[in-house]
Design a protein around this ligand. Structure first.
Ligand SMILES: Cc1ncc(COP(=O)(O)O)c(C=O)c1O
Length: 356
C-alpha cells in the first residue's frame, strides 16, 4: 500500500450548476500526484489542493513533448456509492503508452489507490444526474529540467477530476463529419496507438478547418488517405446490412475502451462484428447502394456519437437520414445503464470505489 499524504483545502469551491456543466470546464478541489525519480523510484504521493504545478522552464515535457494522458469516468450508483467504468483498461493503456514515450509507467496499485483516495475526498463532485459523470484525467509528464533529447529521469503522475455533462453542445444529435484527406493524425510506427498529448496537437489544424467549413469533426484516414482510422477523438463504427465494421487496430489507431465495450455488447447480442480495413471508397459504395445503415463514434466523453453526414471531397453523404439510428441508440442506453448501475453488469466492467 502506498503512503499518500493528505493536505486538504481550507477554501472549498462552490459546486457548479449541473445544468451548465458542459465538458472539462470545472475542476474539483483537489488533485492527486506522485513523483518518480530514476534511482529513487516513486515517492512523495499526495492529495493536495488543486492549483498550478511548479515546473522548471527547462522541464522535458515543455521541450520534447513527453506527455501522456487518460480519460475515464466514475458514476454514482443507485445505492449512492461511486463506481469506476473499466479502470483496468485505462491503467493498462497508460502503462503501454508510457513505454512507447519512454516515461516511467505509474504502477497499477499507485494509480488505483491514488484515484480511489482522491474520489473519496471529492465525493460531492460526482454528479448524480442523468447524462452527467465525473470525468477523470490521469496525466504523466517528464519533469526533469535539461536540454538534450533523451528520456526524462523525473516524472510526475497526477490525476485531476472534472464533473461533466454531455460532450457536444447539441447533446446526442448526429454529428456532421469532414473527411480529412490532407492532414494525417498518426502513421504506422508513430504515436497514434497511445494517448500521447502530441497526437492531439497533430489533429488540431484539421479539426479547426472542419469547424470553419461547418462540420463538427474530422474523419481521419491512413497514410494512403484511403483506409478509415478514427473520427475526431473517437473510434468509428459502420453498421452495414450484414455486419458491423470497425477499423482493425493497425498500430496508428487508439484502442478505445468504449470500442472494446461496443464490440463485446454487439457480439453478445449475436451481431457479426468485423475488425477490418475499410476504405472511404468502400464506405461511399455502401452509402450509395443503401447498405450503410448507421455510423457512430465511440469514446469515453460522448460514449456513442451518431454520425448523420460524411463529406468527402466536398460531396455530402447522408447516413440514417441524418438521424440517430437504432443500433446507436440501443448501445448508448446499454452502456449508460451499466455505468449507472441501472442494468446488470454482465461483463464485469464496474469497479466500486473502495477508499482505504
Ligand atoms: C484518438 C482517440 N481515439 C479514440 C478514443 C476513444 O477511446 P476511449 O473509448 O477509451 O475513450 C479517444 C478518447 O479517449 C481518443 O482520444
Amino acid at each position: 500500500m502506498n503512503l499518500i499524504e493528505r493536505r486538504l483545502t481550507t477554501s472549498p469551491k462552490v459546486l457548479p450548476d449541473v445544468s451548465q456543466l458542459g465538458f472539462g470546464q470545472h475542476f474539483s478541489d483537489h488533485w492527486f500526484y506522485s513523483k518518480y525519480t530514476k534511482g529513487k523510484g516513486w515517492h512523495e504521493s499526495a492529495i493536495a489542493p488543486y492549483g498550478p504545478i511548479p515546473l522548471d522552464p527547462a522541464a522535458s515535457v515543455l521541450h520534447y513533448g513527453q506527455a501522456l494522458f487518460e480519460g475515464m469516468k466514475a458514476f454514482v450508483q443507485p445505492n449512492g456509492k461511486i463506481s469506476l467504468f473499466r479502470p483496468d483498461f485505462n491503467i493498462r493503456r497508460m502503462q503501454m503508452g508510457a513505454e512507447r514515450l519512454c516515461l516511467e509507467p505509474p504502477p497499477a496499485d499507485l494509480f488505483i489507490e491514488g484515484l480511489e483516495e482522491l474520489i473519496a475526498v471529492e465525493t460531492r463532485w460526482v454528479p448524480k444526474e442523468d447524462n452527467c459523470a465525473l470525468y477523470i484525467r490521469p496525466t504523466l509528464i517528464g519533469t526533469e529540467p535539461f536540454l538534450g533529447v533523451r528520456p526524462s529521469r523525473e516524472v510526475l503522475f497526477y490525476i485531476i477530476l472534472s464533473p461533466v455533462g454531455t460532450y457536444y453542445s447539441k447533446g446526442t444529435a448526429p454529428v456532421r463529419i469532414w473527411v480529412e484527406d490532407v492532414a494525417l493524425r498518426a502513421a504506422p510506427g508513430g504515436l497514434g496507438a497511445t494517448k500521447a498529448a502530441a497526437n492531439y496537437a497533430a489533429g488540431l489544424q484539421a479539426a479547426v478547418g472542419a469547424k470553419d467549413k461547418g462540420y463538427d469533426q474530422v474523419l481521419w484516414l491512413d497514410v494512403e488517405r484511403e483506409g478509415i482510422e478514427e473520427v475526431g477523438t473517437m473510434n468509428v463504427f459502420f453498421v452495414l446490412k450484414d455486419e458491423v465494421v470497425t477499423p482493425a487496430l493497425n498500430g496508428s489507431i487508439l484502442a478505445g475502451c468504449v470500442r472494446d465495450s461496443v464490440i463485446q455488447i454487439l457480439k453478445h447480442e449475436g451481431m457479426k462484428v468485423s475488425e477490418r480495413r475499410i476504405t472511404i471508397h468502400e464506405l461511399i459504395e455502401h452509402q450509395k447502394s443503401g447498405n450503410l445503415l448507421e455510423a457512430f463514434g465511440t469514446g469515453t466523453a460522448a460514449v456513442i456519437s451518431p454520425i448523420g453526414e460524411i463529406a468527402y471531397k466536398g460531396s455530402p453523404y447522408y447516413i440514417s437520414k441524418g438521424e440517430t439510428g437504432s443500433v446507436s441508440r440501443s448501445l448508448l442506453k446499454t452502456i449508460s445503464e451499466i455505468q449507472r448501475g441501472l442494468a446488470p453488469d454482465i461483463f464485469g466492467w464496474m469497479r466500486p470505489v473502495n477508499p482505504r
